[in-house]
Design a protein around this ligand. Structure first.
Ligand code: 5GP
Ligand code: ZN
Length: 118
């Protein structure tokens, strides 16, 4: 299921080998627009380091994950929908609906999002 860094789609985006609509870049993180947006704003925040899933996170990644959330929050603020609200999603593994095995935080905003998810 998981792939190594050489063959990983999001590592290729992080290395600039595959183009992406980059939104922000800082502190070992990259944010880019999702290619199939599920909301008016749909941004993915990834670490440039290859970490396949939440299950693979180590204690040393704690700050990195925190910074992923802060970057997503800042993008929401810059785009003007932070006050209206938004959703941050980490799909994890098969049951979680993860399709790309490089950790990524979805930022979804710009419309009312229903709950529960499917
Ligand atoms: P997952 O289903 O793993 O939580 O989310 C993967 C996301 O990556 C999906 O929302 C999908 O649309 C997005 N995605 C897949 N391939 C590409 C790509 O080549 N470029 C971009 N920008 N997004 C992609
Ligand atoms: Zn990767």
């Amino acid at each position: 299921m998981t792939v190594d860094s050489a063959d990983c789609l999001f590592c290729k985006i992080a290395r600039g080998e595959i183009p992406a609509d980059v939104v922000a870049q800082r502190d070992g993180l990259l944010a880019f627009n999702d290619i199939h947006p599920q909301a008016p704003h749909h941004v993915l925040v990834i670490p440039t380091e290859h970490v396949p899933t939440v299950n693979d996170l180590a204690e040393r990644h704690a700050e990195l994950v925190g910074r992923m959330v802060l970057l997503a929050r800042d993008v929401a603020a810059e785009r003007g929908f932070a006050e209206d609200g938004y959703r941050l999603v980490l799909n994890n593994g098969r049951h979680g609906g993860q399709s790309v095995y490089h950790l990524h935080l979805h930022l979804l905003g710009g419309r009312y999002l229903t709950w529960p998810p499917g």
